[in-house]
Design a protein around this ligand. Structure first.
Ligand SMILES: Nc1ncnc2c1ncn2[C@@H]1O[C@H](COP(=O)(O)OP(=O)(O)OP(=O)(O)O)[C@@H](O)[C@H]1O
Ligand SMILES: Cc1cn([C@H]2C[C@H](O)[C@@H](COP(=O)(O)O)O2)c(=O)[nH]c1=O
Length: 204
């Protein structure tokens, strides 16, 4: 029987640099001769990708938003994450449950208790082995996003939403230092990649 794989999640406010670095980390994993599964939330399955379209573009109540992302997550766990880990793959997900605590909890003000209930329901025995939090001031993230693309309904949120989202991410990182690594994302891509190589190299 193969050794269970590792579950690595990427987090941060919009424009923090997750997508820029996910492929680099994937290459590091493959260079170790391991199977790589690279995925994202919301999404990662055919159903999840349909939910993602609604999620990014339809206005909805915060609890509807939260339940939809946990529904997408349940499917993602069943179809992608759990089978991948069981066969020994390293699974990298662009966002997971920390995003719900940061965005729906910190940003939108949904109670932590409700989020805990959903997290315990949907993945009672699973937390990431490693969570890489790309952290940077809102103004820097915003300037990077504005330079690149049309914004979705989250990316169009106001400054106070993102300040609260970032603060909740940092609070969670401080609460779980055993799995979080906080990356100062204001640095150059090369500097960040050097740090990521060190972090992934240390993951046994
Ligand atoms: N360290 C960096 N220095 C300068 N620019 C960067 C850096 N990292 C990323 N960028 C640029 O910032 C923009 C946003 O980066 P990226 O798409 O990786 O962010 P993201 O966290 O995936 O955002 P989202 O969550 O909204 O998808 C891109 O144009 C990217 O090239
Ligand atoms: C998983 C998850 C995501 N979100 C938000 C965060 C982003 O604004 C979008 C996803 O788009 P990305 O640019 O591809 O990261 O959804 C959220 O609010 N809550 C969540 O649980």
């Amino acid at each position: 029987m193969s050794k269970r794989g590792k579950f690595i999640t990427f987090e941060g406010i919009d424009g923090a640099g997750k997508s820029t670095h996910i492929q680099f980390v994937g290459e590091l994993v493959k260079a170790r001769g391991l199977e790589l599964v690279s995925s994202r939330e919301p999404g990662g399955t055919p159903l999840g990708e349909k939910l993602r379209e609604l999620w990014l573009h339809e206005a909805m109540h915060v609890e509807t938003e939260t339940l939809l992302v946990f529904a997408s997550r349940r499917e993602h766990l069943a179809q992608v994450i759990e089978p991948g880990l069981a066969r020994g793959a390293w699974v990298i997900s662009d966002r997971f449950t920390d995003a719900s605590f940061a965005y729906q909890g910190g940003g939108r003000g949904l109670s932590r208790e409700k989020l805990e209930v959903l997290a315990h329901w949907v993945h009672p025995n699973l937390e990431p082995d490693l969570t890489i939090l790309f952290d940077l001031p809102l103004e820097v993230a915003r300037a990077r996003l504005d330079a690149t693309r049309d914004l979705d309904r989250f990316e169009r949120e106001q400054a106070d939403f993102f300040m609260a989202t970032r603060a909740e991410y940092l609070r969670r990182a401080a609460e779980a230092p055993h799995r979080f690594r906080v990356i100062d994302s204001t640095r150059s891509i090369a500097d960040i990649q050097a740090e990521l190589a060190h972090i992934i190299g240390a993951l046994a």
